[in-house]
Design a protein around this ligand. Sequence first.
Ligand SMILES: Nc1nc2c([nH]c(=O)n2[C@@H]2O[C@H](COP(=O)(O)OP(=O)(O)OP(=O)(O)O)[C@@H](O)[C@H]2O)c(=O)[nH]1
Length: 131
Amino acid sequence: MIDVVAGLILASDGRLLACRRPEGKHLGGKWEFPGGKVEPRETPEPALVRELREELEITVEPLRQLTPVVHDYGRGPIRLIPIVCRITDGEPHPHEHSEIRWCTADELDELDLAAADLPILAEWLSLPEKR
Ligand SMILES: Nc1nc2c([nH]c(=O)n2[C@@H]2O[C@H](COP(=O)(O)OP(=O)(O)OP(=O)(O)O)[C@@H](O)[C@H]2O)c(=O)[nH]1
């Protein structure tokens, strides 16, 4: 099983950052919560901080973890670990995505999200307190 962290980056106005995977890559054109694979002997929170520095040039503070989702796109199972976080330094500049967008809950619901992200969004939408 491959562990992948995904950051629900929460802005002070309640929006979350959605990122679009570039065409030509696995799941090209789909939207996701930015993150990536947890390395051997790494734990999810440091992995998220590392990935978001690399991909977006931001420093984040993890706030809480939501329910992990196991999904198989036909290449073996991944465990997608969602972590709500906030930016403590920098502004997002995409290095590995074709587009990034701050979205309200309704806007996220309209996006063409990667399949493994759908249960994560459903959990986020169901939370009475989005923080
Ligand atoms: N970072 C991230 N990956 C996701 C999300 N949803 C989702 O299904 N994935 C999948 O998790 C895997 C790991 O993503 P990654 O960004 O670290 O890896 P990658 O594109 O280099 O992977 P690849 O080289 O296997 O295509 C990919 O298969 C990706 O499609 C998500 O919200 N965030």
